[in-house]
Write a protein that binds this ligand. Structure first.
Ligand code: CU
Length: 72
């Protein structure tokens, strides 16, 4: 099964294969919450293949990171 994930609001797109670790690198220029969807009919679970990308200012990210670290 192959899946192609794409973020709304950017031109970042990457093919993925189950079991293979891949990274996507791009520079976000606007903060916000962006939906990540699969743009290729990849199988039975295709309808449920979405996630969200949160782009934060650096100081907000540091606060978020400290908060997450305190939860461990
Ligand atoms: Cu899919």
């Amino acid at each position: 099964m192959w899946a192609t994930l794409s973020t709304s609001g950017s031109c970042a797109q990457q093919d993925f294969v189950p079991g293979l670790d891949l990274s996507v690198h791009f520079t976000a220029t606007k903060t916000g919450r962006y939906e990540i969807v699969c743009t290729q009919l990849c199988g039975l679970g295709h309808y449920n293949m979405k996630a969200y990308l949160n782009v934060m200012a650096e100081d907000d990210f540091e606060k978020w990171l400290k908060h997450k670290a305190s939860e461990l």
